[in-house]
Design a protein. Sequence first.
Length: 78
Amino acid sequence: MVDQIARAIAMADGAMFEDDPGRFRRLALAALKPLTRPTEAMVDAAHQAVWSDAFWAINSRRDFRKAVRAMVNAAMEG
């Protein structure tokens, strides 16, 4: 996941990941760090994603992926 984020950061910067992979990995790790201490908005987004489970169970990776997407989208909108 770190490399995916690092590549996305490089692309957004208009640079090539291969030019300085260490720098982009450090930036990716810095971007992930806030997720280790969730804010109230992040907790609310996770709660909304799980609340949708009232109508369907998370029994598969596909369902879990849907829940994660819902959580991330809710956090981005908040």
